[in-house]
Ligand binder design. Structure first.
Ligand SMILES: NC(=O)c1ccc[n+]([C@@H]2O[C@H](COP(=O)([O-])OP(=O)(O)OC[C@H]3O[C@@H](n4cnc5c(N)ncnc54)[C@H](O)[C@@H]3O)[C@@H](O)[C@H]2O)c1
Length: 271
């Protein structure tokens, strides 16, 4: 029997990368999943976001584990859309236990329209996380059984490693902002048993960083490589490394862990 039998996880950005890995890991532990993803590109990112086919693959992987999943196309920037996605899942599963705010973008094609790039990153990475929590929080509160909210920040939420571009400044700002959001939510809701924490990965092997555009930027700005390097002798970690931390944060083993900014970064943040 898994750790999360009978529990439900609400996951943003679940079509691929870390979000998909979380969906599969939580399903392996027995949870049902409410998944959503924008499945559409945002022009200022300069790399493709997930597709409907990616989201369908997450569905297949979860169902293969004999777990249920409701998967919806929705944009974290659109609160009514996020609420609709959440409510579809709630109608199926009747509850929610874990809120994994994972969706995010990095903007590296920002020379064309730096102000738009800045706004897009803040809208997705900060406002989008708030929208995701706002959609699920009333149900967590109504249930009165506690819960766990895990927000995916970044090593860039602990130090300034965004590079000199508008998008880089926005990324570091948004990811630091999430720590403030987490602390305030933890202050208000931990007394009710709803734990709130952030995870701070170093570079993770996903299409966000493993893409043509990023390879070009890193070649042009080698200092960005230095800034993101880790203390431990590893260049990049795997999505499963982050999922393991998120599973732990949601498990009873972490039942008194709240208000914590947890690096999963091979020492990047203190380098
Ligand atoms: N990959 C890294 O090196 C790295 C490092 C530290 C933190 N992070 C963070 O980890 C999280 C997951 O990223 P990933 O590495 O899996 O990258 P990814 O690009 O593979 O996955 C992000 C997912 O979020 C979705 N998404 C983007 N904008 C959205 C929106 N507006 N609404 C709904 N969904 C949206 C994408 O379609 C994609 O499926 C992000 O918050 C990212 O900032 C990534």
């Amino acid at each position: 029997m898994g750790k999360f039998e009978g529990k439900v996880a609400f996951i943003s950005g679940a079509a691929r990368g870390q979000g998909r890995s979380h969906a599969v890991r939580f399903a392996q532990e027995g949870a049902d999943v409410i998944a959503f993803d924008v499945c559409k590109d945002i022009s200022t990112t300069g790399y493709p976001l997930a597709t409907s086919a990616d989201l369908a693959e997450t569905v297949r992987l979860v169902e293969q584990l004999d777990r249920r999943i409701v998967a919806v196309k929705a944009d974290v920037r659109d609160l009514p859309g996020v609420q609709k996605a959440f409510n579809e899942g709630l109608a199926q599963f009747g509850r929610v236990d874990f809120v994994l705010c994972n969706a995010g973008i990095v903007s590296i094609l920002n020379d064309d329209d730096p102000m738009q790039a800045f706004r897009d990153v803040i809208d997705v990475n900060l406002v989008g996380v708030w929208n995701t929590i706002y959609a699920a929080l009333p149900t967590l509160l109504d249930q009165g059984e506690g819960g766990s909210i895990v927000i995916t920040s970044s090593a860039a939420g602990l130090k300034g490693i965004g590079g000199p571009t508008a998008g880089g400044n926005a990324y570091v700002s948004s990811k630091h902002g999430l720590v403030g959001l987490m602390r305030n939510l933890a202050t208000n809701y931990s007394p009710l048993g709803i734990r709130v924490n952030t995870v701070h990965p170093t570079g993770v092997n996903t299409p966000m960083v493993i893409n043509e555009r990023m390879a070009k930027i890193l070649a042009e700005m080698p200092e960005a490589i230095g800034a993101t390097s880790n203390l431990m002798p590893i260049e990049i970690i795997e999505p499963s490394d982050v999922s393991d931390a998120v599973v732990w944060l949601c498990s009873d083993a972490a039942r008194y862990i709240t208000g914590v900014a947890l690096p999963v970064d091979a020492g990047c943040a203190i380098k």
